[in-house]
Design a protein around this ligand. Structure first.
Ligand SMILES: [Mn+2]
Length: 191
């Protein structure tokens, strides 16, 4: 089973640096780590916090999601802090697992209902009791993670053309639902 993905993002109006980072990386077992981090505040300080979380994850792709969150939490102590959504897709058994801290949105288009949620908190300041959710996905299911610079109205979207490539889907959602008053990032993965 293989994956394809696309990422769209941009800083808020009149900012040159986004405090969001969205990325996708393969682990050694053919699995995928899918991440959106939103550094608190904006600009370079927010980006610094997001990069600190990205660094921890990229260095330890094989760690469990909860270990990644806990280590990112420590790494962000001297930053503005960040919120994060962390999804792992494992082709062995078609397993999906998710841990989210703070306001990162997850939208899944799947044959069986898959509705991950995040718990309130801030990496670097206040970590909630982590909730790791587990699902089995089916080929063709589509996972999307997005920062709060994407309007919550996106969850009610009915007309998105899911036959498009993941990049086209991410671009379309950013164009339609991106708020100019916040950094905005969308990551789309097709299984
Ligand atoms: Mn934001």
């Amino acid at each position: 089973m293989s994956y394809s993905w696309g990422i769209a993002g941009r800083p808020k109006h009149n900012q040159s640096v986004s405090g969001d980072i969205g990325f996708v990386s393969e682990d050694r077992h053919g699995g995928l780590i899918v991440v959106v981090v939103d550094g608190l505040g904006g600009g370079e300080e927010a980006a610094k916090a997001a990069r600190a979380a990205e660094h921890v994850i990229m260095q330890h792709l094989d760690w469990s999601l909860q270990e990644l969150i806990q280590h990112a939490h420590v790494a962000l102590h001297s930053t503005r802090g960040a919120v994060i959504g962390l999804l792992r897709l494992d082709p062995a058994g078609a397993k999906a697992s998710y841990v989210g801290v703070g306001n990162i949105g997850v939208q899944v288009y799947s044959k069986q209902p898959i509705k991950p949620i995040s718990k309130n908190g801030i990496l670097g300041f206040r970590l909630p009791t982590l909730l790791e959710l587990h699902y089995v996905y089916e080929p063709g299911d589509i996972f999307m993670l997005y920062s709060d610079g994407i309007s919550a109205r996106f969850a009610q979207e009915q007309t998105l053309d899911l036959a498009q490539t993941p990049q086209e889907i991410s671009d379309a959602v950013l164009a339609r639902y991106g708020k100019t008053i916040d950094d905005a990032t969308v990551v789309t993965v097709k299984t």
